[in-house]
Design a protein around this ligand. Structure first.
Ligand code: SF4
Length: 205
């Protein structure tokens, strides 16, 4: 299946995909994406609704101790590492960027606690850049569709970037996340009426 044809099918399935994390600033998005690892967006939104009422800037978050922040984000899971990442990232923003989230991929990736996937999401979602973040859904869908043959997210990202034109990347990321979340699920994917059934490797196994 050609890249344009595949994107056309994703457009029909998810014509205007939106990020499902709630945020009002690049900083809030950055915190929400860090919290979303191994957690549902729904749970993250519940936690951030309370957290951001008082702590919605790096300076304000840094008034919390690690333990206090852990308590506030506890229900997102992996709270120890997530609190550490949020505090390190906030410190780096204050020290290097005057408290503002940088708007380039290169700078985002230098922030402590911010990995490639998080940087890509913030760059495309908050700043309108072209980036293709690979999370667990994008990775699974890419392998099933034969677009990648790897469990390594970076290799998968590079394969997708080579296959699809740049102007598709950001929207395609959201469409593949939605597709993986609601149709091409990890267990029992809903293959009925799937437009990619011919290209799909999953059903061939
Ligand atoms: S046919 Fe099934 S497994 Fe393959 S891409 Fe479609 S939903 Fe996913």
């Amino acid at each position: 299946m050609k890249a344009e044809e595949m994107k056309g099918e994703f457009d029909k399935l998810f014509p205007s995909p939106k990020c499902e994390l709630n945020y009002r600033s690049p900083y809030e998005l950055l915190v929400a994406v860090i919290l979303s690892a191994q957690c549902t967006d729904k749970r993250v939104n519940i936690v951030t609704e309370g957290l951001f009422k008082e702590y919605n800037t790096p300076e304000k978050i840094l008034t919390l101790t690690q333990e206090e922040l852990e308590e506030k984000i506890h229900s997102c899971g992996f709270y120890h590492n997530k609190a550490k990442s949020i505090l390190n990232m906030s410190r780096a923003l204050v020290e290097k960027y005057n408290g503002r989230v940088p708007d380039t991929l290169e700078d985002l990736q230098t922030l402590a606690g911010v990995g490639r996937k998080t940087a890509n999401v913030v760059y495309s979602e908050a700043f309108g850049g072209d980036a293709l973040a690979v999370d667990t859904h994008v990775l699974r869908v890419s392998n099933r569709l034969g677009l990648a043959n790897t469990e390594n997210p970076t290799k998968c990202e590079l394969a997708l970037m080579k296959y699809f034109p740049k102007h598709f990347w950001s929207e395609l990321h959201l469409q593949m996340v939605h597709f993986g979340r609601y149709k091409c699920k990890s267990q029992n994917p809903d293959c009925e009426d799937c437009p990619f059934v011919k290209a799909c490797q999953y059903n061939k196994k």
